[in-house]
Structures are given as C-alpha cells and as structure tokens.
Design a protein around this ligand. Structure first.
Ligand SMILES: Nc1ncnc2c1ncn2[C@@H]1O[C@H](COP(=O)(O)OP(=O)(O)OP(=O)(O)O)[C@@H](O)[C@H]1O
Ligand SMILES: [Mg+2]
Length: 267
C-alpha cells in the first residue's frame, strides 16, 4: 500500500471513536443459547450524535452493554479511541475497567440503576469521588448543578425510592454527566419522561454534542427524534439493518447529502 493511501486509511480509523468489529453476544440460559448480537460492525466518529432504533428485543441494550463493557462479549472486539490511544474494552482487566469507564463514558441505563441506599446527590458524587477529577467539595457542588440542569435539585437529599420513575431517569442522566466524559451512552434516556421534559433532555444532549464536542449514542423508540440525530442506525434481530436506498429519488440524494436527514424519512 502506498504511504499516502496508508495514511488515509489510518486517518479514517483514527477518526472513529467507537469501533465494533464482528461483535457477537450469546446468552446462555436454561432454555439454551440465544444469540442476541450476530456479528455487528460499526464505527462512530467523534462528535456524532447517533440514534439506535429497533423493535423491543432487537438487541439495542445488548449492543450498548458491549460498547460500555458492562457485560462480556462472546466474539469480536470493541475499540474505543480516546486520548489518541485505542483501548480494546473487553481486554481490559476487571479491576481497571470501572475506572477507565468512569473517565471515558457516562452511561444511562434503561433501568436507571441508581444506588438505593444513597441520596440523589450522593448517587452523583459517587462516580466523581471514584475517579478523582474533582475534590469532594467540588463534586458536591457539581452534583447539585447537574441536578439543577435536569430540574430535580429540590429532591437532592431524597433516596431514589421516594421519587418517580421519570425523576429517577433524570438523576441517571445527571450521573452520566458527572465526570464530564467525552462519550455518553444512553439507553432510552427519555423513555420515562413526558414529551416536554423529553425534549428538554434531548436539547441538552444536542448542546453537549454541538457545543462541547461530546459523542452520544442513544437508544430511542421515538421516531420523531429521527431527524435530529446526526445519524440513525437500526438494529433488527441482533443485526444492523442496512438502509435500503432507492437510487433515482431526488429526496434520497438530498438525504445522502444531509446526514441529519435520517434514512427512514427518505422514503
Ligand atoms: N441476560 C440475558 N439472558 C438471556 N437473554 C437475554 C438477556 N438479556 C437480553 N436477552 C435477550 O436478548 C435479546 C435482546 O435483548 P435486549 O435487551 O438487547 O433488547 P432491546 O432491543 O434492548 O429491547 P427493549 O427495546 O425491550 O429494551 C432479547 O431477545 C432478550 O430476551
Ligand atoms: Mg433495551
């Protein structure tokens, strides 16, 4: 390969922040093995706001769990290119991965996963205290600011069980932002919110991408959000579905030129 071509290839690879190579996930259950991801290849660039859509059970949460490394993969590799050095997520040692994840990505789980014995503000200071980016005083101050950002500051000293599901979801979003990570991985982060609050959160995410250069991967069932992502990917039965593009349609061509116009609006 010529050196020019080699450098072009390397640049292309360097520009992807998140890379999945032939990722397979098979769950072993009493009823037998079930393959939830069937060899997913994906590249997400820095500064993208990617929407993941697909039916219930398609493998969306499983895909996010592979990106974050909260669950083991069966085959393949996930590589995160932050700070100029690629990290193979699933090759990291158990005792290193939590700290690495804390610095690298904020995760909003579909089921929130707030710690029930900690107050809301403590749920948010905990990841900051683990990573050590902020002093304890700063981390409390920052936690309160983040709770204000998601409009739930007045409940800061309550336990999660004493607030609603939508409020818990907002705390989970605030926690994901705690360490100011370059990547946010969010599993239906607006799924429990009313439409006005959902829009507020979506705008917040869009601003994090546009103003701060964050990279966000977000699962959603809300098709009305589709045009607002920089790119939307669909997953069906554990596989990424390639958009079927008609070749002669003017609108398809326009959509190709405008990545904000997602493929399911092109028909
Ligand atoms: N821990 C597990 N053990 C066995 N099977 C699992 C496990 N987790 C998920 N699955 C199965 O893998 C498939 C994909 O599940 P996943 O949770 O990724 O779907 P999803 O697209 O996130 O769905 P939803 O929109 O309902 O959240 C489903 O068939 C599910 O039953
Ligand atoms: Mg899910």
């Amino acid at each position: 390969m010529s050196s020019v071509r080699q450098s072009l290839v390397e640049n292309k690879v360097a520009s992807s922040l998140i890379e999945l190579r032939d990722v397979v996930k098979t769950y072993s259950t009493a009823a037998g093995d079930f393959t939830a991801l069937k060899g997913v290849n994906m590249k997400i660039g820095a500064g993208e706001f990617v929407g993941i859509v697909g039916k219930s059970g398609a493998g969306k949460s499983t895909l996010l769990n592979m990106i974050t490394g909260v669950d083991h993969l069966s085959e393949g590799e996930v590589i995160i290119h932050t700070n100029g050095s690629p990290v193979s997520v699933h090759k990291k040692k158990e005792d290193e991965i939590a700290l690495w994840r804390g610095h690298t990505m904020g995760v909003v789980f579909q089921s929130f996963q707030l710690l029930p014995m900690l107050t809301l503000v403590e749920n948010i200071t905990l990841p900051m205290d683990l990573c050590g980016n902020f002093s304890p005083k700063q981390s409390r101050q920052r936690a309160l600011e983040l709770l204000r950002l998601v409009e739930i500051e007045e409940h800061a000293e309550k336990l999660p069980a004493l607030i609603s599901g939508g409020q818990q979801q907002r705390v989970a979003i605030a926690r994901a932002l705690a360490n100011d990570p370059p990547i946010i991985i969010a599993d239906e982060p607006t799924g429990s919110l009313d439409s006005v609050t959902a829009d507020h959160i979506f705008e917040l995410f869009a601003r994090l991408v546009a103003d701060q250069g964050k990279t966000i991967v977000m699962v959603t069932h809300d098709e009305s959000l589709s045009t607002r992502f920089t790119r939307a990917l669909q997953i069906a039965d554990g596989e990424l579905v390639t958009p079927k593009l008609a070749t002669n349609s003017k609108s398809d061509h326009e959509a190709d030129l405008n990545p904000k116009k997602s493929w399911w609006r092109r028909k």
